[in-house]
Ligand binder design. Sequence first.
Ligand code: PXP
Length: 232
Amino acid sequence: MRLGVNIDHIATIREARGIDSPDPVQAAVFVELAGAYGITVHLRQDRRHIKERDVKLLNATLKTHLNVEISLNKEILEIITSIKPGACCLVPERIEEITTEGGLNIIKFIEPIKKVVKELKENGIKTTLFIEPDEELIKRVPEFEVDAIEINTNKYSECKDITNEVKRIKNAAVLAKSFGLEVHAGHGLNYYNAKPIAEISEIEELNIGHSIIGRAVFVGLERAVKEMIELI
Ligand code: PXP
């Protein structure tokens, strides 16, 4: 199981003051030293946390892997195809949302998604679709010719009784894997709920942010990352 640590909220703290620290680029060094597989950031249209400068510097300095979450926005796509990180995860984005609210609507936005995927592929960027664990949706994924899906675990993270949701995620992962897709998962995972998802053998990567950065405030970033790696 690979852990991608989402460091957006290091930048959220920076932006609370509008100054230049804490720097997510410095944070990434500690995350790497702790043994994470890679770093994930979300370059939002409103630049509420991560900025173009962060993505550029992370891409130039990381020793591991950079995964950037982006919407279908044209300007963001231009930035990303010029920086060329290792991977991109396509997510829906709404300016008013506090965090990503759901998986991509791959039925409604077939053509725009295909166009973005094509551009990312032409630039050698590994491409992932963030998607709900819904069999009917997963069946449609192969036509997008992406490398991977990231299953949205948000609903799971809010469930009181997780049994059905774990089953749904497992089935989605099995189906995606049978199509030759890499399977990732993330959103809302924390130190108390990540294990049952990590135990799904078809899932190869988890992207976790808020809970790790939150714990880091108390125990330090390296320890928070190490504890999550141990857990999953
Ligand atoms: N995966 C995706 C696609 C996301 O949008 C986010 C949030 O930016 C995460 C994973 C990480 O979610 P969390 O911060 O709840 O761990």
